[in-house]
Design a protein. Structure first.
Length: 324
């Protein structure tokens, strides 16, 4: 008993010495006010509160190790589980406050570092309709496949529509029965033929479903005006992010709008649209292009609409002076 008491005193003395020699860890008010992340940009306000929990969150996210960390050959199912579990971790950590899992994913670069994983680690279900277990956030990406109608099949009609969320998960996918007689299925491009129409939904149902998904959200797409026209749906220009019109991507179009296939190859190292197109794959590619260049999209959008607001104010001021 005396020996135990002696050892306890030695331990207490050691701990006391460590406390006295430990360097202060408190951060200054200035440091806490503006937290800088990679690239020199400030974290979104809603995410800053998560810095206090970062150690625990890092542990939760790193718990889903990459295949190279674990060693051995990993199945595609394990890759699927890893991607889904990372998204689930982000959603779990943000469900009790006003921080979105999208903001968290943006800060931690979740899902965009591993491009093949982002593109392939999803359990896509063709013509499944609305995915019931996906918590849709602020951003969705949309893509459609068209078939030819009219003389020579030169006009386009909607035949398939796909929507994915910020994390690349399938939100919606459906074949669509064209409202007019199809004169050219364009199967080598659209991936759609008459046999898919046996299980297709009618246009009004699909239009209603897609409208409920995109309403009030930021819509990402490639030359998306054609998709919206085919769906006969409006969407505020302020809430659209179009990879075909993004200024930083123009150099890949040789004076014209860049093709999605070219952007995928040049910026992502992906080879898409080799055969018949997949609207789910194209929507996911578009979302990945947006996410990897989100800061430039945000800056371009802010500058464009700042100018519009300024112009509107000037017009209002002139009209007021004329009335006086």
């Amino acid at each position: 008993m005396a020996e135990l008491s002696s050892n306890w005193k030695k331990l207490q003395a050691t701990l006391s010495d460590r406390k006295q020699t430990k360097a202060p860890t408190g951060t200054t008010r200035a440091t806490r006010t503006k937290i800088i992340v990679k690239g020199g940009t400030s974290r979104p306000i809603g995410v800053r509160k998560l810095v206090k929990r970062r150690g625990a969150l890092d542990f939760a996210l790193k718990g889903h190790q990459s295949p190279s960390d674990m060693g051995g050959v990993q199945s595609s199912q394990m890759c699927d589980d890893r991607q889904e579990s990372r998204i689930a971790s982000a959603e779990l950590w943000t469900q009790n406050d006003d921080t979105s899992s999208e903001s968290l994913a943006e800060v931690y670069d979740l899902g965009v570092k591993d491009i093949p994983l982002f593109m392939t680690s999803h359990n896509d279900r063709v013509n499944h309709g609305r995915s019931p277990n996906v918590n849709i956030g602020k951003y969705v990406a949309l893509d459609c496949e068209m078939v030819g109608i009219g003389a020579g099949g030169h006009e386009s009609a909607l035949a398939r529509v796909s929507v994915v969320d910020f994390h690349g998960r399938q939100v919606y996918d459906s074949y669509v029965k064209p409202t007019e007689r199809v004169t050219d299925w364009r199967s080598h491009v659209s991936g759609v033929s008459s046999k898919e129409m046996r299980f297709a939904r009618n246009f009004i149902e699909v239009q209603k479903d897609v409208s409920s998904i995109i309403q009030g959200r930021i819509l990402v797409g490639h030359d998306i005006k054609h998709d919206l026209k085919a769906l006969r749906l409006p969407h505020p220009l302020r809430d659209i992010r179009d990879t075909a019109k993004h200024l930083a991507f123009r150099k890949f179009g040789n004076g014209r709008k860049p093709a999605l296939r070219n952007l995928a190859r040049e910026l992502l190292g992906l080879d898409i649209q080799k055969d018949a197109h997949s609207s789910t794959e194209d929507a996911r590619t578009t979302m990945l292009l947006f996410r990897r260049n989100k800061s430039t999209f945000d800056n371009e959008h802010a500058n464009r609409y700042r100018q519009i607001v300024t112009t509107d104010r000037r017009k209002g001021s002139k009209q007021h002076k004329q009335r006086r």
